[in-house]
Write a protein that binds this ligand. Structure first.
Ligand code: ZN
Length: 360
């Protein structure tokens, strides 16, 4: 099944130069293709957007979505927002059937969340004790697409506040095991206390990261450890605090403090040189397709507009091993009719999505 020959012209980001591009056999080329149909002229062309943290297979209220139609609906919502690749940061269901659907975004999976027993949202994670973590990390590394997801901290009801889930030596062995399997590791953390062990053990990325301190940011910058702040989700922290207030006042106060500092953390990370990527945490309480909101939130936190765009496009793609707009790359391109660097609201209105060389 050969893809049609297409032609586009416009300002290609991040370079910012006006170019003509052609699509032949689903791939980009700067060599004119005779007879190609012009599908876009005069717009701004971005490498397909990336949602670097979302969950396909988790529906509203944490309900598992297992039927193909329901899984498709979530992936289509991302795609329609211009997201042509997503990093699934842990799903309780097997979504491999979606890989056979040519009109859906590329999914890069992290297998299932790995959490300590009764220390995460019920029903989502593989729940286990520290002595079993290394073996499970190896299993999830083999199930995923190059990532493993740990739950690094969560409320500890015996403490009444956020607390680390794993001892330092276990974290170090787990991360080393994942790396041996050829997988990168990321961890959910809201608070601070779990982070030093994770960062020192060479974790590749931190999700949320609201508890990052100046010292940790400096160490991550030196190591090249990334952060995906999920500011769309951090907006829920005051709600989490209110829900926990009566039984866990210390937790509620921690969540409010983390919320208040969340923008400053993102700005400090970016300014220190920590790679920051855009992820919405969609799935569960957050609707799919909100990447534009996350990009705007990153910008409001202090990333320059171009860096916020890169965090959801070319920079995120490079980090995940996906090409940008370049010779021979699969034609995954999103087109806008105004310059998104000037107005990030433009991101909510893609005028064309080209996925693997086909208009979707
Ligand atoms: Zn998540």
């Amino acid at each position: 099944m050969s893809a049609p020959a297409l032609h586009l012209s416009g300002v290609v980001l991040p370079e910012g130069a006006h170019r003509d591009l052609w699509v032949r056999d689903g791939r980009l080329t700067s060599d004119p293709v005779p007879g190609a149909e012009t599908v876009s002229r005069g717009g701004w062309l971005l490498p397909g957007l990336v949602d670097a943290h979302c969950h396909v297979g988790i529906g509203r209220g944490g309900v598992h979505v297992e039927d193909l139609a329901g899984l498709r609906e979530q992936a289509v919502a991302e795609r329609d927002a211009g997201v042509l690749a997503l990093r699934d940061c842990g799903s309780p269901v097997d979504t491999r059937a979606l890989d056979d659907e040519p009109d859906l975004p590329t999914i890069i999976r992290a297998g299932r969340h790995l959490a300590r027993t009764r220390r995460y949202i019920p029903g989502l994670a593989v729940e286990l004790e520290p002595e079993d973590l290394v073996a499970q990390v190896r299993e999830q590394a083999r199930r995923g697409d190059g990532w493993v997801k740990l739950v690094g901290d969560w409320i500890d009801r015996s403490v009444g506040d956020l607390a680390p889930e794993w001892p330092a030596d276990v974290v170090a062995a787990a991360i080393a095991a994942a790396h041996e399997e050829g997988a990168r590791v990321t961890a959910h953390t809201f608070g601070t206390d779990a982070l030093p062990d994770l960062v020192r053990a060479g974790i590749d990325c931190v999700e949320h990261g609201t508890g990052l301190t100046e010292d940790l940011v400096a160490e991550m910058a030196a190591r090249g450890t990334a952060v995906v702040p999920t500011l769309v989700n951090v907006e829920n922290f005051p709600g989490f605090a209110a829900a926990g207030e009566k039984r866990f006042p210390a937790y509620a106060s921690t969540m409010r403090r983390l919320y208040a500092g969340s923008g400053a953390v993102v700005r400090a990370a970016h300014e220190a040189g920590v790679p920051v990527f855009a992820g919405t945490d969609a799935g569960g309480g957050i609707e799919h397709g909100r990447i534009a909101d996350e990009v705007r939130a990153l910008c409001e936190a202090g990333l320059p507009a171009e860096a916020a765009l890169g965090a959801a496009s070319w920079a995120a793609r490079a980090w995940l091993g996906l090409p940008g707009i370049e010779e021979g790359a699969p034609a995954d391109v999103v087109v806008y009719d105004t310059d998104p660097r000037v107005d990030l609201h433009t991101l909510t209105r893609p005028v064309l999505r080209l996925l693997r060389g086909r208009v979707v």
